[in-house]
Design a protein around this ligand. Structure first.
Ligand SMILES: Cc1ncc(COP(=O)(O)O)c(C=O)c1O
Length: 453
């Protein structure tokens, strides 16, 4: 029979996968280290088990004890796996920046989750690390794991991830790219690979707003500014960040990170989180300048399922103004228009009376109206031109719309992109959107100008 003694034995020995599409035009070999395939879905499973093993060995965690940790979610999941298998209680402190999926995941695994504001600064008692410290102090038989300074965190990567990368590439790895959250991955893997071959370049990927890049380059700690990617970047330098193993740090925007993560899903079948998007963007940027002998490996930190309510959703990306025109269809555009004030489509019949049509435009703040007859675009009313006609002849106020209407707005399919729609909008102030043979909405010049290029 062939089986594992517990789910913990599934941790590690993750495969490398070659990029084929995102790497087009790049001579170097670019490989993804699939940490998302760990049983808890992230790179943090490795440190979860190693930090608990050490605590058990050293007598800091006894049967029936409670594991407490400050986490952006993944370390919590890695620890929760061990707690489930070995019967410990778990309490995790997270900030309200973390996705709801991670919070629900931890609760589903039997852990208690305490959520604190992300705005709490490191010197505030409400900061997530300080809150975890307090809970650990107040809870009997509790262990504060503290991934930010726990030496078993980089050690796990020195013992497992580093040797795997060396063996999987038969010693041919030339560049390793990772993010820095606690610093465990980059410090542990970096140390191992540098010992094997000091020529291997270790590159960090850091969100704009985090302090690591400027700290590495100037030794000064600048004030952090907010960014949306989860799990990497910091406002202070954790003890587990060992800069001596890091050669260079590349800054990446939220937009590039999320768009790269979305492309990895759609073009490579690698469904990952935003930290992976950040790291992959930096790896590709770096690989563009390398020759065919280079072997660039980046870490796939966690799975995309954790972010379905965030950047893997078009609605969320549009809300954050990060969805490019090329991805934005007219269907999505009308779906996302604020609907409290104006319905998706306001129209009149050719037989309606002009004064009623004007009132309708007024009440919705519209400067044009489509005239529809049995689902056909038969005409339009445009405020400026109508006013000119009415100034000449007030009697038209009581005439049917058909007497004053202009040419109908063009009708286009809901799945066409905003870029194509813009061509129609050069000749017409608005276009009507058709879905399965029904006119369901209207898009104006103003609506498309609001979409990010
Ligand atoms: C999603 C995600 N990516 C990357 C990292 C960074 O890894 P490390 O803490 O080893 O620097 C973390 C760690 O918190 C994470 O949660």
């Amino acid at each position: 029979m062939d089986y594992k003694a517990s789910t913990l034995e599934l941790i590690g020995n993750t495969p490398l996968v070659k990029l084929n599409k995102l790497s087009q035009g790049i001579d170097a070999l670019v490989l993804a280290k699939m940490e998302s395939l760990n049983p808890g879905g992230s790179v943090k499973d490795r440190i979860g088990v190693s930090m608990i093993n050490a605590a058990e060995r050293e007598g800091r965690l006894k049967p029936g004890g409670t594991v407490v940790e400050a986490t952006s979610g993944n370390t919590g999941i890695g620890l929760a796996l061990v707690c489930a298998v070995r019967g410990y209680k778990a309490i995790f402190v997270m900030t309200d920046k973390c996705s709801v999926e991670k919070i629900r995941y931890l609760k589903a695994m039997g852990a208690d989750v305490v959520v604190v504001p992300v705005s709490a600064k490191p010197d505030s008692p409400d900061h997530y690390v300080n809150t975890a410290r307090r809970i650990a102090k107040e809870t009997p038989s509790a262990l504060l794991v503290f991934q930010y300074g726990n030496p078993e965190n980089p050690e796990a990567h020195y013992r497992t991830t580093g040797p795997e990368l060396w063996e999987q590439t038969a010693g041919r790895i030339t560049h390793f790219v990772a993010g820095l959250g606690t610093g465990g991955t980059i410090s542990g893997v970096g140390r191992y690979l540098k010992e094997k071959n000091p020529g291997v370049r270790i590159i960090g990927a850091d969100p704009y707003g985090s302090v690591f890049k400027s700290f590495k380059e100037t030794g000064r700690l600048l004030e952090a500014t907010p960014y949306l990617v989860e799990g990497i970047g910091q406002e202070v330098i954790p003890e587990n960040v060992h800069m001596k193993y890091v050669d260079e740090i590349i800054n990446v925007t939220d937009r590039d990170a999320f768009q790269t993560a979305r492309r990895l899903a759609r073009e490579e079948g690698i469904f990952c989180g935003g930290s992976t998007g950040t790291i992959a963007w930096a790896a590709l940027q770096l690989a563009r300048g390398l020759n065919k002998d280079a072997v660039v490996i980046f870490i796939v930190c966690d799975t995309g399922e954790r972010y379905l309510s965030k950047f893997h959703s078009d609605e969320w990306m549009k809300e954050k103004r990060m969805l490019g025109r090329e991805k934005m269809t007219l269907g999505l555009l009308i779906q996302l228009k604020p609907s409290e004030t104006t319905p998706a489509l306001v129209s009149v019949l050719p037989t309606d009376i002009v004064t009623d049509a004007l009132q309708l435009m007024n009440s919705h703040g519209l400067s044009q109206l489509p005239v529809l007859d049995q689902n056909n675009s038969v005409g339009s009313i445009r405020e400026g031109r109508l006013m000119a006609k009415l100034l000449k002849n007030r009697d038209l106020l009581r005439a049917p719309v058909s007497e004053v209407m202009e040419k109908g707005f063009p009708v286009v399919q809901e799945d066409i992109g905003v870029e194509t729609a813009m061509k129609h909008l050069k000749d017409s102030p608005a276009i009507l959107i058709e879905e399965y043979g029904r006119i369901v909405g209207i898009v104006t010049r103003y609506d498309v100008l609001d979409v990010q290029p």
